[in-house]
Ligand binder design. Structure first.
Ligand SMILES: [Zn+2]
Length: 332
């Protein structure tokens, strides 16, 4: 029989996580679903769809995946495969030994996993299970991070297919209701309450907003990852620290000044010491984003020194005087 590289079929590395495997499978199964293709393309899609389904049947199940991985890594798709010498317990079966008709599995699958698969069909569907957890991301303004907000979220939730109870196959083959995906997708808009004091990178777990449970099992949860939206004056430096530019006139830098600064926590008068340099940073402690209960990051002011676009004759005359003082010899 011919070896099949299931990782190659799903286009994923051998180190792929369960989540990556599921994502790759769903994407390929949608792409190659035979109902979406016509004519010659339909048959090619059917072949590809079968292959993808088979690969996921193995890699999507930790037990089968580990059994498959034991076969070794050096085999390539299409190579004549003899499990002898791999140390793998193996018995010869052929497709006809199990009721695998209609599932479209390869001989390779039938030989190695056919028995497990057929047995699992006989034990039937799980009576109940929890709905799938999902993840989403939301960008919040700095004000929303500080004060909390109520937001509308558009979600696509995977609900276990009722026809096959999320098992992807019915007793006769690929489930016709979900096309083998094991789930149907539902788009919905939900209102979520964002509590005040979240920092970018935090995650909220919102119970029951994931996929529907089955047979009395709880609905899945939503893991909402918090991001900071960009802001015209404050930039996120790390988890909770912000930076902003503070532009000074040359005389403010030389003589020192009190400058009004807008922070996320309101307006402040910032005292700039005489002799401050361009590029220097001033730290306003605790004026950044929330970092935990009652704790805040810092706001760093990056000093820039700029000259006004226009100087009056009087100002220019004064600058000339400074120039003379500094370098009398170079003066014309
Ligand atoms: Zn189904």
């Amino acid at each position: 029989m011919k070896y099949i590289d299931y990782y190659e079929v799903l286009g994923i590395p051998r180190t792929a996580s369960d989540k990556e495997i599921k994502q790759a499978y769903r994407q390929l199964a949608r792409q190659h679903h035979p109902d979406l293709h016509q004519g010659d393309a339909k048959q090619a899609a059917e072949e590809k769809f079968k292959a993808v389904n088979e690969a996921y049947e193995v890699l999507g199940d930790p037990e089968k995946r580990s059994k498959y991985d034991q076969l070794g890594r050096n085999w390539q798709t299409g190579q004549d495969f003899e499990p002898a010498g791999t140390g793998f317990a193996y018995s010869t079966h052929n497709t006809a030994d199990f009721d695998l008709g209609g599932f479209g599995f390869s001989d390779f699958f039938a030989n190695i996993f056919g028995q497990d698969f057929a047995q699992r069909r006989q034990t039937g569907r799980p009576a109940s299970f929890k709905g799938e957890d999902i993840e989403a991301e939301i960008s919040l303004s700095i004000e929303e991070l500080l004060n909390g907000a109520e937001k509308d979220l558009h979600l696509t939730t995977p609900n276990a297919c009722i026809a096959c109870a999320g098992q992807r196959f019915t007793s006769r083959g690929v489930c016709p209701a979900c096309g083998g995906l094991g789930m149907t997708e539902e788009s919905k808009t939900v209102k979520v309450k964002i509590p005040p004091g979240l920092h970018p990178g935090a995650s909220l777990r919102l119970k029951g907003l994931g996929g529907q449970g089955h047979g009395g099992g709880a609905d899945g949860d939503l893991y909402l990852h918090i991001k900071a939206a960009s802001h015209p004056s404050w930039q996120l430096a790390n988890k909770a620290d912000l930076t902003m530019d503070l532009t000074l006139l040359p005389e403010q830098a030389v003589l020192g000044a009190k400058i009004p600064v807008s922070t996320p926590h309101g307006q402040l008068q910032v005292k700039v010491q005489p002799g401050v340099r361009s590029g220097q940073q001033l730290r306003l402690k605790g004026k950044g984003l929330p970092q935990g209960p009652g704790r805040y990051g810092d706001l760093f002011l990056k000093i820039r020194i700029d000259i006004p676009a226009r100087l009056t004759d009087e100002e220019l005359a004064l600058y000339r005087q400074i120039q003379k003082l500094k370098a009398p010899a170079a003066e014309n």
